[in-house]
Design a protein around this ligand. Structure first.
Ligand code: ATP
Ligand code: MG
Length: 408
């Protein structure tokens, strides 16, 4: 059965979306085809939805490959991962393994990451104002019910709040919330967490900023039981001046999409390959990307997969997004000192070593001495990591779990 999904795009300086094109998908397996519509191409300010997979602003049919269930990478980026699929499944009473990309594209969601939206109807999705979340503790408790498979008992209001912003990616429970007039991604604690994730992520974000990495604005909310909620201001949104609750949208694509990979192909990716592909797409991010790679080595962030690197479109220009999902892997000194990052670092593959990081410096546009200097600055900069932990109230027991994580 051929299904039609209308694709909407927010162009710069307007909070509204316009119809950009039509995606036709052969349900259940695809692949899909996309065509920009004439009314969009005729706009003076029309922009490609992505600089890689939908870069041609012409009225021709563009064919998706077999990856991502036959959905273009930039579309897949605007859909949820584990957490959002779990909420969708629980709301529709189906197993989460049955949730497909095309199902998630049938209904609009103004809080999707980036500047696109989807609908099975050719009607501009209405921009709804986002409810404020006064009761973070309740939201966290509701998310826990879903994780535990007890969502049957949730009332309508709780479901509505939970569904808000569940189009965002990632595995951890989260929601998009309005806080101080700004839009934040809120990452919740969950039963079974081995440490206070929110406080550790807060500390890491500060540490990254301290060594010169661009990060979103972050905040920590403490629940009455002492656990933290990590808030990260949505870098793909910007408040519309004089119109509280309304936001301009910025385009988004992951490094997975930039490289044209499927999630299963993550180990084929590498930092030098991201730098090469970015340059080819006109994005100059070599030294910032290099600093992030070196930081991930220095703090043992081995969950640095290709969806944990992103690019945003501001105006008509694409650039690397602020760094997100920075989380060190716990490690005690003396045990498994050697580790790999999740994607390639240099000529020695994924090995998290200085030698490997220096081996492909030229592909980031850096000389050996420039790369060496970044390595030294970052590894010296993380030396007092525990003070960042202490500043955000990470407990002594939790801090101890990371005593072997930092190369100091
Ligand atoms: N500040 C932000 N603004 C906009 N989008 C963000 C922001 N932080 C994260 N994202 C997007 O939300 C997604 C989920 O966030 P994040 O990676 O922090 O969650 P996670 O559940 O810890 O992920 P993972 O499954 O990789 O552990 C990211 O992949 C990114 O696309
Ligand atoms: Mg992530």
């Amino acid at each position: 059965m051929i299904e039609t999904i209308y694709v909407f795009h927010a162009l710069p300086d307007t909070e509204e979306v316009v119809l950009a094109g039509v995606f036709q998908y052969d349900t259940p397996r695809g692949p899909g085809k996309f065509r920009y519509v004439r009314s969009y191409l005729d706009r003076e300010n029309a922009l490609p939805i992505s600089p890689v997979d939908l870069s041609t602003l012409r009225p021709e049919i563009l064919q998706a490959g077999d990856r991502n269930e036959g959905v273009f990478g930039v579309f897949r980026d605007a859909l949820p991962d584990f957490w959002g699929r779990l909420v969708y499944a629980s709301n529709n009473s189906i197993p989460s393994t049955d949730v497909t990309n095309i199902m998630l594209m049938r209904s609009p969601d103004p809080l999707r990451i980036g500047a696109i939206d989807f609908s099975s109807e050719n009607r501009i999705p209405e921009f709804k104002t986002i409810p404020k979340v006064h009761d973070m503790a309740r939201l966290v408790a509701v998310a826990q019910e879903v994780l535990d498979g007890n969502e049957g008992g949730l009332n309508l209001e709780e479901r509505r709040i939970l569904l808000q912003g569940t189009s965002m990616g990632g595995a951890r429970p989260k929601a998009t919330v309005l806080h101080d007039g700004k839009l934040f991604l809120a990452k919740f604690p969950a039963k079974g967490d081995r440490f206070d994730n929110a406080r550790v992520e807060m500390a890491l974000s500060d540490l990254a900023r301290f060594v010169g990495i661009e990060t979103p604005n972050t905040q920590l909310i403490s629940l009455s039981d002492g656990r933290g909620v990590f808030l990260s201001e949505r870098f793909d949104r910007e408040p519309v001046p004089g119109k509280p609750g309304f936001f301009f949208r910025k385009g988004f694509m992951s490094a997975l999409t930039l490289l044209g990979f499927d999630e299963m192909e993550n180990p084929l990716g590498s930092y030098p390959a991201i730098a090469d592909a970015a340059r080819k797409a006109g994005i100059d991010c070599g030294s910032e990307l290099y600093r992030r790679m070196v930081f991930n080595i220095a703090v043992r962030n081995s969950d640095d997969h290709l969806r944990n690197h992103g690019f945003i479109r501001e105006g008509s220009e694409w650039r690397i997004s602020p760094a997100y999902d920075l989380m060190p892997a716990p490690a005690v000194p003396g045990l498994s000192t050697f580790f790999d990052l999740s994607i390639g670092v240099g000529r020695m593959g994924r090995k998290a070593t200085r030698e490997n990081a220096l081996s492909e410096a030229a592909r980031f546009g850096l000389s050996q001495s420039e790369a060496n200097e970044i390595f030294t600055t970052v590894s010296e900069g993380v030396r007092d990591w525990w003070t960042f932990y202490a500043n955000h109230g990470v407990s002594g027991t939790d801090t101890e779990k990371f005593s072997g994580s930092f190369s100091t």
